[in-house]
Design a protein around this ligand. Structure first.
Ligand code: NAI
Ligand code: MG
Length: 451
């Protein structure tokens, strides 16, 4: 495991083979009967205690994520401590309020735990992604085997300790470390599982769904996107443009729902580009451990090279560089720094317009009228998320209704403010939902008793 800022090894983990994976699934199976028999209120209390422990240990957890993948410490505290704390508390509340049984047409419909759940998670928002899956699965009465990303195994150990110390049985939440092709593949093919919940690349998700199909194991796939930020002509540009710049480049663009396509009114292009340049001037690239840093290095040299390749392709397609050059900036402290880039004038079929880059690269698509803005937003193979910005909430909601995505955020609403709202996508962004009661239901099975 390499710290991408200091470019030093911070530790090593093994790669679990199929036998170790099988042992972990077998253990999770042994504790399933006892855990699934606990009262939902007991499980809710344990999630609340986990939230308390995560809050207490949050500084160490945020610092660990920051060292593993270069996330600025201020962002890590907000998204890898505060956000998962809210998710745990909202999942506890959802567990208490959940319709564990209801009457339908003279039958009693019971929601029962699905069984053993595998969670396979990426490195970009590692604690949040683990908690979103594990909290919901445990709330449902399932036991869990987690395979965290090979780049970020240490935060996973810390968050697991919070769950165990809060009262989850040690065998009820196991971790298997390792890479995708070895450990992830063995886990998703394991016949003892009820459900695999995966977040990562489209290729990884396809491999998981294929492997899981062998045992007809259900899957949830959260596969990223190329999400649009639609700024309507009645928006207050001076306030909105810096915020749109910020949400597209959160975590240096390494976020599945980063709004990396800016759908903007052509009539105001000049003013918008001035505001974007000013916003870029306020970005602070540097040591992730410095609380004033807004942009850290990319998570690894491999990720940096992938992004550089995307930028080179965009240049060949005739991109105009509104901001940035697309070179690495080793003077910032490591070879993994790329300063924010905003591109314009790309043809609609250019790779930079259509493919997820997972780096600090935003693409402007100018529109002449609102119908064209909606067409541009929907002309996309992904459908995870979108933002709409307008001076009128009703106007923004009307446009939100036209967008082909799983979630729309109006005027800067954040997941942190609404941790129980379902998250997940359509099209190549995958299927299934996480968070809140909908995310809990994902890990249940329906049993109908007619009498
Ligand atoms: P990845 O999809 O390879 O890795 C994500 C997780 O899946 C890791 O835990 C990995 O070990 C596991 N995995 C990979 N292949 C697997 C397989 N065949 N079977 C089971 N598990 C498997 O993503 P990677 O290589 O880290 O990043 C590549 C690109 O994927 C990024 O540039 C980005 O575009 C996208 N991505 C999207 C994410 C999202 O939040 N939706 C998160 C991470 C990456
Ligand atoms: Mg990979």
């Amino acid at each position: 495991v390499i710290d991408p800022y200091r470019e030093i090894e911070i530790g090593t983990v093994g790669v679990a083979d199929a036998d170790l994976v099988d042992a972990a699934v077998t253990e999770a199976g042994r504790s399933l009967a006892a855990w699934s028999a606990t009262a939902p209120a007991t499980r809710a209390d344990i999630l609340d205690r986990t939230a308390d422990l995560l809050e207490q240990r949050g500084a160490e957890i945020a610092a660990t994520v920051s060292a593993e993948m270069g996330m600025p410490i201020t962002l890590a505290a907000a998204t890898q401590r505060d956000l998962p704390v809210s998710v745990l508390r909202s999942m506890a509340a959802a567990t208490r309020a959940f319709a564990w049984s209801e009457n339908i047409d003279g039958a009693v419909l019971h929601r029962v735990p699905a069984g053993i759940v595998a969670a396979i998670t990426p490195w970009n928002m590692p604690v949040h992604q683990i908690v979103a899956k594990v909290a919901a699965a445990l709330a449902a009465g399932c036991t869990v085997v987690l395979k965290p990303a090979e780049a970020t195994p240490f935060d996973a150990e810390l968050i697991r300790s919070c769950f165990i110390d809060a009262g989850v049985p040690a065998q009820g939440f196991a971790i298997v470390n390792g890479d995708g092709p070895t450990t992830g593949a063995a886990l998703s093919a394991h016949p003892g599982l009820a459900h695999v919940s995966f977040t990562g690349s489209v290729r990884g998700g396809q491999a998981v769904a294929r492997a899981a199909a062998g045992a007809l194991t259900r899957t949830t796939l959260e596969l990223g996107g190329k999400s649009p930020a639609v700024v309507l002509a009645d928006a207050d540009l001076a306030t909105v443009i810096p915020k749109v710049f910020g949400s597209g480049l959160v975590n240096s663009g390494q976020a599945c729902n980063a709004t990396t396509r800016l759908i903007l009114p052509a009539a105001h292009a000049g003013r918008i580009e001035e505001l974007l340049v000013a916003a870029a001037g306020a970005a602070r690239l540097g040591d992730p451990a410095d609380p004033s840093t807004t942009h850290g290095p990319l998570a690894s040299r491999i990720q940096t090279d992938r992004v550089l390749e995307h930028i080179a392709t965009a240049r060949e397609s005739g991109a105009r560089f509104v901001i940035g050059t697309g070179e690495t900036e080793p003077s910032r402290g490591s070879d993994c720094f790329i300063a924010p880039i905003v591109l314009a004038d790309l043809p609609p079929d250019a790779a930079a317009v259509r493919e997820e880059i997972f780096g600090p690269v935003l693409v402007i698509q100018y529109y002449d009228d609102e119908a064209q803005a909606i067409t541009l937003a929907n002309d996309c193979q992904y459908g995870l998320s979108a933002e709409v910005w307008s001076g009128s909430t009703d106007h923004a909601r009307a446009v939100a209704g036209e967008l082909e995505v799983g979630q729309v955020k109006v005027n800067g609403v954040r997941t942190r403010m609404r941790p129980a709202v379902p998250f997940g996508g359509l099209k190549r962004s995958g299927y299934g939902r996480e968070l809140g009661a909908v995310g809990l239901a994902e890990f249940t099975e329906i049993k109908a008793v007619m009498s």
